[in-house]
Design a protein around this ligand. Structure first.
Ligand code: F6R
Length: 244
């Protein structure tokens, strides 16, 4: 794992945008795995700026998002489809038909999960997967537990995640209790992974990445088995780093 510690969120966003942009410049038809949440917003803004300045072309890029609440309508402003359209897709020259988010409106979630996993494989797999991390170590919505799922699946959100995500809703009761998410195996199949970690509340989850242990109660520790991970964190998340 290559580790880049940035002084602040602005620097983290700039570094991450450079890495994403390099991927797209080197392979214009890249398959990108994308994430929602607060952390990637600064990076998405920079990528949109590069696109608007004519420095970055998304016309051949294909994207697959990690997850989506279930059930939820695409037009609901809390859906991850809506988030992606607002924060990135509407600001760049991507073909919207090339953007994929698990379908929160699917009648049968299991069928939708199998379809999503197959769609990623049919495109040839993800070239660069962007990830954030939950305070509890989740990646996508692979929540801590005794077992983890390898493929795209439907999952119950933990109390911790519901509480963390309630900041985007009027009240905590409005946060959906389930989600469709790529599995740990789906994520680890990506050729490269870019993990962004910002804020002091992520410190404990982050420090587990600096030990030799893999534990299912911090799903992000599974990233240690991947040969090509870049971790970008800010000073607030890194603090004084791992205990000596
Ligand atoms: C979002 C996702 C989640 C977030 C994580 C961090 O698609 O899969 O794992 O990356 O919850 O969220 P923020 O960035 O809001 O702290």
């Amino acid at each position: 794992m290559r580790v880049i510690v940035c002084e602040n969120y602005e620097e983290l966003s700039a570094q991450a945008a450079k890495i994403m942009a390099s991927q797209i410049i080197l392979k214009p038809n890249s398959i990108l795995g994308l994430a929602t949440g607060s952390t990637p917003v600064g990076m998405y803004n920079r990528l949109a700026e590069m696109n608007q300045n004519g420095d970055l072309d998304f016309s051949k890029v294909i994207t697959f998002n990690l997850d989506e609440y279930y059930p939820i309508e695409k037009t609901n402003c809390q859906s991850y489809r809506y988030f992606m359209n607002e924060n990135l897709f509407s600001k760049i020259n991507i073909d919207i038909n090339n953007t994929h988010v698990p379908n929160g409106e699917a009648a049968d979630p299991m069928v939708e999960c199998a379809r999503y996993e197959r769609a990623i494989a049919d495109c040839g797999g993800i070239d660069l997967q962007l990830l954030g991390i939950g305070q509890n170590g989740h990646i996508g919505f692979n929540e801590p537990g005794e077992t983890l799922s390898s493929v795209t699946h439907i999952t119950d959100l933990t109390e911790n995640t519901i509480k963390a995500n309630s900041r985007f809703f009027d009240k905590i009761e409005d946060v959906p209790k389930k989600a469709l998410t790529m599995g740990i195996g789906s994520i680890l199949k990506a050729k490269k992974i870019l993990l962004l970690v910002s804020g002091q509340n992520k410190h404990d989850a982050l420090m587990d990445l600096f030990t030799p242990e893999i534990k299912t109660n911090n799903p992000a520790t599974l990233l240690k088995v991947h040969p090509d991970v870049i971790l970008i964190c800010d000073r607030a998340a890194y603090g004084d780093g791992p205990a000596k």
